[in-house]
Design a binder for this molecule. Structure first.
Ligand code: IPM
Ligand code: MG
Length: 357
């Protein structure tokens, strides 16, 4: 029996609803596969915890998480707690503390989902965005002086290091190499930003030498939005800075039909620390408690987690089950259906157990 320990942090908004759906699906995979066990322990960290204790997680939170094989994360964000507190109190300390420097965001048009672009169906848009996840515009460097005075200044410093850029570039080239098209697009803004971004371009060219079988090209981030929209078929693997990839991945989610299906993996490729898997959509207070949150992103990120844990068969089975269910039109309202979270989850569990999935 293979055993994996998973720390679940459902946190805020619809997080608990989708993580609950995800843990049910993991339990059904255990039954279906028979040779693997997932030991899920749930932590009550997040905005409620903050209201009680003044912090988003205990001071030794990272030490506690460190013992686990993976982290399954819901969403953070609450209407009455400033976003920078929820974010810098929980999610970013985990990403940065565990050096999860590769953020991997696959996008494709799932069967049964109608994307907003004309002439773009399943197969035309099949991308993986690799987001640098440890530095860049999210380095947290900067400050404010002369607060509230007319001469107030604020700086937000983006930090790019040779180590940071080289390792994300290698990760992206390796991923591109593992995909059938072996195609990588490197995104920067090196026309206007002439220091760190020019270094990105240089390092991309250096790392490319190690991957002669990968074709690669460069795009400026503004032009990239046009290419993603007008020529989605021309892209496969994409690598970009923390902020650029944040923005591009929202566009990717929208072009694939909904952010409700978009997953993300925060990976420490060196496996010194647990990696973290989460849906991209966030806490979604407008639909919290209504039972209609789309659990597909949380299932897809579970498939990423299973891959990372070496459970490729379970991962593939889960994705086939999800595609069967979306293809059958069992969809939540965000993707044009009328199903509830529970109905989608039950259908995925049925599909996991069916013999021809
Ligand atoms: C994402 C989100 C976060 C980010 C927010 C919640 C800070 O937009 O995961 O894409 O920008 O990293
Ligand atoms: Mg985002």
């Amino acid at each position: 029996m293979r055993e994996h320990t998973i720390a679940a942090i459902p946190a805020d908004g619809i997080g608990p609803e989708v993580i609950d759906a995800g843990t049910r699906v993991l339990a059904s995979l255990e039954k279906r596969m028979g040779d693997v066990r997932f030991h899920v322990e749930t932590f009550d960290w997040g905005s409620d915890y903050y209201r009680k204790h003044g912090v988003m997680m205990p001071a030794d939170g990272l030490e506690t998480l460190r013992k686990f094989d993976a982290i399954y994360f819901g969403a953070v964000g609450a209407p009455d707690v400033p976003d920078h507190i929820t974010l810098w109190g929980l999610r970013l300390p985990i990403c940065q503390g565990f050096d999860q420097y590769a953020n991997v965001r696959p996008t494709k048009i799932l069967p049964g989902i109608t994307p907003p672009l004309r002439n773009c169906g399943p197969g035309d848009l099949d991308w993986v965005i690799v987001r640098e996840n440890s530095e860049g515009e999210y380095s947290g460097h900067g400050g404010r002086a002369h607060k509230g005075l007319p001469e107030e200044v604020g700086t937000e410093v983006a930090i790019f290091t040779r180590v940071g850029v080289t390792r994300i570039m290698r990760y992206a080239f390796t991923l591109a190499q593992s995909r059938p098209r072996k195609l990588l697009t490197v995104v920067t803004k090196s026309n206007a930003q002439r220091h760190g971004m020019v270094m990105w371009d240089e390092i991309a060219a250096e790392v490319a030498e190690e991957f002669p079988d990968v074709s690669w090209d460069k795009m400026l981030v503004d032009a990239m939005t046009v290419r993603m929209t007008l020529k989605p078929q021309s892209l496969d693997t994409i690598v970009a800075t923390n902020l650029h990839a944040d923005i591009l991945s929202d566009l990717a989610g929208a072009l694939a039909g909904s952010l409700g299906v978009a997953p993300t993996a925060n990976i420490d490729p060196q496996r010194r620390f647990p990696s973290m898997f989460e849906p991209i959509h966030g806490s979604a207070f407008d639909i919290t408690g209504k039972g209609i949150a789309n659990p597909v992103a949380t299932f897809w990120t579970a498939a990423q987690m299973l891959d990372h844990l070496g459970e490729q068969d379970a991962s593939a089975r889960l994705m086939r089950a999800v595609e069967r269910v979306t293809g059958n039109g069992i969809l939540t309202p965000d993707v044009g259906g009328t199903a509830t979270t529970k109905e989608v989850t039950d259908a995925v569990i049925d599909a996991i157990h069916s013999s021809n999935v």
